[in-house]
Ligand binder design. Structure first.
Ligand code: AGP
Length: 613
């Protein structure tokens, strides 16, 4: 939701590194930003509504360039509209303290009243400023910074990732985590922290993922972790093999386009080392995926949000088809509050790119409390969802910066395919031969994905997208594994073009939504040869008969013949058609948004990882 950075250096000049860190983290929230630095007793705060470029204008005078310690923040507003006053960092008015925060302080009003009653003056509408005053009050009572932070956090209910700096005796840089992620890295001359490892990569690849309840004290070359009570905790660094180049745009105009083009490699990195051709099976590295554990299951409960949920919906079709085990799926935000019943021995499968989505994490914890065994399909090894799951299928998509998820989605669907094969082989519903055939077809996907990314192919899709740049609304229709793909295609368009687009089960249109079809309305129909291809064709007829303008996407030639426009996709087995069919829909949304002049990588109102509910 927000991006946090911090640095403490023996040799000074932390500002530029912090600004670069904020630039990398802007995808997490970008309605305002700010930094606080100190070079001696006085702390200087510069903050501004708007993008990082606005803040950089405030820093251009170079006055803060020599500072040795600092914190920074890029905000996605929760309490208090985007404004200069509500931008972070916040202080307590003493000039000796600055604090940045990601999350929500649920009891902030009660605490604010208590502090105002003591005469403390507030200058913002944020919940965060309450934290500044709590810490400032402890400092004024003579506490060291780390003790002031621990005492203050003991009063707080809610989610937080915070970084606090103070000057004077007992001052320094302290951070703490309860919910949103925080990562720490040290070098011989400095210490760094950030909401995402990407902000630390230019400094170090050896990082420590803080855990919930951790409080960390940082100084050049050192970090000390304790719990809220002050008990020391052991947090070992792990090496991150992503390099900064992977997180850069690599010559593409937008991260989203770069990440769409990375998908053939993502398929290879996520799948190919896990395929056991001889046995027609797959192997996963993290946790127990043995026949014994998987045979003991009675059902699977998928929990996820947004695009990850669409991947979970594809997983349901694949797992039920290959492993003949019932699969339930629910929005994590619904599952966590509907007092769910988990019958029998359930595998709770969390699907998440970031591994920090608050709703998904809460639903996973609830499923575990209800007795489920847990697993994750996730893109970030050190993330909370991974650390709280008994087993993990890591999607090797690399850092995904574009807020609209693309390569992570494809990786999730590929991981789900592998899981469905593993479950089918473990439960004996897939023979060795069947497993081999499925996995061979998975290997053959890569050149087909490359074909979809050829310039001429992309241009055909782009031309169709541009032709509908003024459409007031879209339908995306599909059945079977392509129903979630229709949902995903609609979501991509909504997210980056800000145009109404509805993904719908093709067979459901006649039960009401078909009334919405007006002459010329673009209807994207996603189809593939297989069990429901003819049914989708019938639905295509139905919408055409009412004046809809049909754009046929997929490898079903008969559908293309019926359509007004076509986006052809190489053929593959129906179970894998979802992986290919989503690519032209990603490109359709990209070029439609480009034609509308929308911000591709940082769409309005969104954030990459929704770490609050
Ligand atoms: C993806 O395009 C969306 N930005 C969003 O729906 C995302 O998929 C969702 O917030 C879940 O995030 P996660 O995969 O990191 O849990």
């Amino acid at each position: 939701m927000c991006g946090i950075v911090g640095a403490f250096s023996r040799r000074g000049a932390v500002l530029d590194g912090m600004v670069e860190g904020l630039r990398v983290l802007e995808y997490r929230g970008y309605d305002s930003c700010g930094v606080a630095v100190a070079d001696g007793e006085r702390i200087e705060i510069r903050r501004k509504v708007g993008r990082l470029s606005e803040l950089e204008k405030l820093l251009a005078d170079g006055a803060l360039a020599g500072a040795r310690i600092g914190v920074g923040h890029t905000r996605w507003a929760t309490h208090g509209a985007p404004s200069d006053e509500n931008a972070h960092p916040h202080s307590d008015g003493s000039g000796r303290l600055a604090l940045v925060h990601n999350g929500i302080i649920e009891n902030y009003l009660e605490l604010r009243r208590e502090l105002e009653a003591e005469g403390r003056k507030f200058s913002s509408e944020t919940d965060t400023e309450v934290l500044s005053h709590l810490v400032g009050r402890e400092l004024a009572r003579g506490a060291k910074l780390v003790d002031a932070v621990r005492t203050s956090l003991a009063r707080v209910h809610g989610y937080y990732a915070i970084a606090v700096m103070s000057t004077g005796a007992g001052g320094g840089l302290v951070a703490a985590r309860q919910g949103p992620p925080l990562v720490v890295g040290v070098t011989p001359d400095a210490a760094y922290l950030g909401s995402d490892v990407l902000a630390l990569l230019p400094h170090t690849r050896d990082v420590v993922y803080l855990e919930d309840g951790d409080v960390v004290e940082l100084s050049p070359g050192h970090y000390t972790v304790t719990d809220l009570a002050g008990k020391p905790l052991e947090r070992k660094p792990r090496r991150i093999d992503w390099n900064a180049e992977q997180a850069s745009k690599g010559g593409y105009p937008h991260f989203m386009l770069k990440e769409i083009h990375e998908q053939p490699d993502v398929l290879a990195r996520t799948a190919f080392d896990r395929i056991l051709s001889d046995s027609g099976d797959v192997s996963f590295e993290h946790g127990d995926w043995s026949d014994e554990r998987l045979r003991a299951l009675d059902r699977v409960q998928v929990i996820a949000c947004g695009t990850a949920l669409h991947a979970g919906q594809v997983a349901r079709y694949l797992i039920e088809q290959f492993a003949r085990i019932p699969v339930d799926i629910d929005y994590a935000s619904e599952f966590r509050y509907r007092d769910p019943v988990l019958a029998g021995r359930t595998l709770a499968l969390a699907v998440s790119q970031s591994g920090e989505t608050a709703d998904t994490l809460a639903a996973l914890r609830l499923a575990r409390q209800l007795g489920a065994t847990t697993a994750a399909i996730c893109n970030v090894m050190g993330s909370t969802v991974v650390r709280e799951s008994e087993s993990t299928i890591l999607t090797h998509a690399g850092p995904e910066i574009g807020v609209a998820s693309t390569k992570a989605f494809v990786a999730q669907v590929v991981a789900a395919f592998l899981l469905a094969v593993r479950l089918g082989r473990a439960r004996g519903t897939l023979s060795v031969e069947q497993g081999r055939e499925l996995l061979d077809e998975l290997r053959r996907l890569r050149p087909r994905m490359e074909a979809l990314l050829a310039p001429a192919t992309i241009e055909r899709t782009a031309a169709i997208a541009r032709a509908h740049v003024d459409a007031k609304g879209f339908f995306f229709l599909g059945r079977g594994v392509n129903f979630p793909i229709a949902l995903e295609g609609a979501l991509k368009l909504k997210e980056i073009s800000y145009v109404h687009a509805e993904g719908y089960a093709a067979g459901e249109m006649k039960h009401g939504p078909i009334a919405l079809i007006s002459k010329g309305m673009p209807i994207v129909v996603v189809n593939a040869p297989g069990a429901v291809a003819d049914k989708v064709r019938s639905n295509l007829h139905e919408v055409k008969a009412r004046g809809g303008h049909v754009i046929s996407v997929g490898s079903d030639a008969a559908s293309h013949e019926l359509a007004d426009e076509t986006i052809e996709v190489p053929a593959t087995i129906e179970a894998l058609s979802a992986v290919l069919n989503v690519i032209p829909l990603q490109l359709f949304a990209y070029h439609h948004a480009l034609a509308r002049g929308c911000d591709i990588d940082k769409p309005r109102n969104l954030a990459k990882s929704v770490t609050v509910e």
